[in-house]
Design a protein around this ligand. Sequence first.
Ligand SMILES: *Cc1c(COP(=O)(O)O)cnc(C)c1O
Length: 472
Amino acid sequence: MRYISTRGDASAPKRFCEILLEGLAPDGGLYLPERYPQVDAATLARWRGLPYADLAFEILSLYIDDIPADDLRALVRRTYTAEVFGSEAIVPVRRLGDSGLHIEALSNGPTLAFKDMAMQLLGQLFEYELGRRGEQLNILGATSGDTGSAAEYAMRGKRGVRVFMLSPHGRMSPFQQAQMYSLPDANIHNIAIEGVFDDAQDIVKAVSNDLAFKRAHRIGTVNSINWARLLAQVVYYFAGYFQVTRANDEPVSFTVPSGNFGNVCAGHVARMMGLPIRHLVVATNENDVLDEFFRTGTYRVRQGAETHETSSPSMDISKASNFERFVFDLLGRDGARTRELFATQVEREGRFSLRPDEFARIASFGFQSGRSTHADRLATIRGTWARHGTMIDTHTADGVKVAAERVEPGVPMVVLETALPVKFAETIREALGREPERPAALQGIESLPRRVVVMKPEVQAIKDYITRHIDG
Ligand SMILES: *Cc1c(COP(=O)(O)O)cnc(C)c1O
């Protein structure tokens, strides 16, 4: 399998391990496989009933041909264990009464959000590939919560990898701070910046734009456009499908709480492979860039001031960084047209509108959308608790609200649970007047010793810190 760019530079298709440690393609596009491997009913029949790790191996090996099969199998078996993800099923599905809705739990990993599903595998893949090359990588990132902690828990103790994670000092929830800052591993560096998330983000950009520093200090990232992360997420669409069907041609719909379009893009890939997905429903919060696109065919990047701070903060985006992948497929993989829309029109005007004939194709890709507000989240958290005795977090609530509007008789509707309620305790208290449930392993983490340095938002100081903490 070779990987190509969404912007049409076909000069040198690459193999999986070549793009594993990279971000954007050289022409500014995103990597996608040159084709989607097809699975038929016989393949689905063979995969049904496989343990999660073995299912992951089957799917990944269709896309990865530069890691020996035995090694790849060992990597996924080490990643997806009941010990790390809390159950043999890894992503257990439960039904919400007779509503037709089901919830697929993707948030029982170490940081209680779905990003662990991909990041845990990335940690194994990075350690493996760096070891094979005899190289080191220093991951630099900025986080306001979920991504940074998922990256740290995936990379802790991994050989060849260090993490320097910038976070806004005192601005994450006490639980999120405790989760990150209590890690004892020597290769994890927490840097709390005196400022807001954007200050931390600006420093990461400034350091990454210093190409000489970046190369000399082997700086890399683990952002959401990484193809390996997306590929890891394809697996749980299959795993969810098998749990709510008996036969291998029954249609199932999925609703996905969405921000950067990474999670639902994996659903798109699963559908392109032939998994019988009827609808992929994109659920947004007040930051409705994607809902607007699927309703109107216009994609409009929001200004900073137009980007709302909501009670489902991991979906607070001004643009959707993985979205170009879907548009490339929608446009019949026309790289020149994708480049015109994203490189020219979005860069210049902050928006583009599809032609009517292009917009008309969306239906055949199964996409639908909807949006939700803070009041909707409160009502949905209350209703789900009262009717089904199930406590859901704010992001999952955005999904359940939109899913209830889109569910069809006879078609199971699976909502992806993207985080556990304990991560967003304030809104749970507001909705239910009680504390969220907390997994036993995380009792009392707020009182563990912390490893974090507080620094001013100065690029040079951060560079010096990184240099001092890299040996050799
Ligand atoms: C990251 C995240 C999302 C959004 O996922 P995308 O892949 O960016 O669309 C939704 N919910 C939670 C809890 C998240 O951490």
